[in-house]
Design a protein. Structure first.
Length: 229
């Protein structure tokens, strides 16, 4: 089974946990995309849920799929969130934010009763921070000074760029109006400590380390579905 199919079976498996009446956190990314398509089909067949999207991109897909949406203002507690990840370890720690949605994803994760993470097998790692650079969202004001402080922890980081309308690469602006630094670690042996140290730097909004948040990781593999948690 190729990677795309691995993503699809994991994401669709996660939607089997969704029941009418639930408030559902809608994660971001190319894996969750398949869950959104499936949920859309389920809603059109009568499933009665509201979804809270973790990004403008997910909001757009959910609207196209006719999934009713809500906000944390009216629905402060979520029953279940389905989200992706960029790297996962055996302790269910995650690196997220490859799609620049980490701040909203962490806010939603924090208020969700249950979190299902959907990935393909390439995301599973022995030591977190060895296969994917850690995204750190920072405010634009004084960002160079913030980067200097971040680099004291990770050694080296790069400002994430994205193609703009003029055809050139410009700093990527998140849904929250901020920049992303991608931090190159050679493994993160103590993820919680690094999460807290990074978030203590003035100018850092949030980082993509998620510790003790996932309840289950659903992994699409070449031979079918595997679970962690
Ligand atoms: O910011 C984006 C999110 O954390 C995504 O869930 C993560 O990057 C995984 O995305 P994908 O399923 O596209 O690999």
């Amino acid at each position: 089974m190729n990677t795309e199919n691995q993503k699809k079976i994991a994401a669709e498996k996660a939607t089997e946990s969704i029941r009418s009446g639930m408030v559902v956190g809608l994660g971001t990314g190319s894996t969750v995309y398949y869950a959104l398509l499936k949920l859309g089909a389920m809603v059109r067949e009568g499933l009665d849920i509201v979804g809270i999207p973790t990004s403008a991109g997910t909001e757009k897909i959910a609207i196209a799929e006719q999934i009713p949406l809500a906000t944390l203002a009216t629905h402060p507690t979520l029953d279940l969130t389905i989200d992706g990840a960029d790297e996962v370890d055996k302790d269910l720690n995650l690196i997220k934010g490859g799609g620049a949605a980490l701040v909203r994803e962490k806010i939603i994760a924090n208020t969700s009763k249950k979190i299902l993470i959907v990935v393909d097998e390439s995301k599973v790692s022995r030591v977190l921070g060895t296969t994917f650079p850690l995204p750190v969202e920072i405010v634009r004001f004084g960002w160079e000074a913030t980067q200097t402080e971040v680099n004291r922890i990770c050694g080296e980081s790069t400002l994430r760029l994205a193609p703009a309308q003029d055809g050139n690469q410009h700093p990527l602006i998140t849904d929250n109006g901020n920049y992303i630094l991608d931090c190159h670690f050679d493994g993160i042996p103590a993820p919680k400590e690094i999460e807290l140290r990074l978030n203590n730097i003035p100018g850092v909004v949030e980082n993509g380390i998620f510790v003790n948040r996932a309840d289950k990781i659903i992994i699409g593999t070449s031979s079918g579905i595997r679970y962690m948690g």
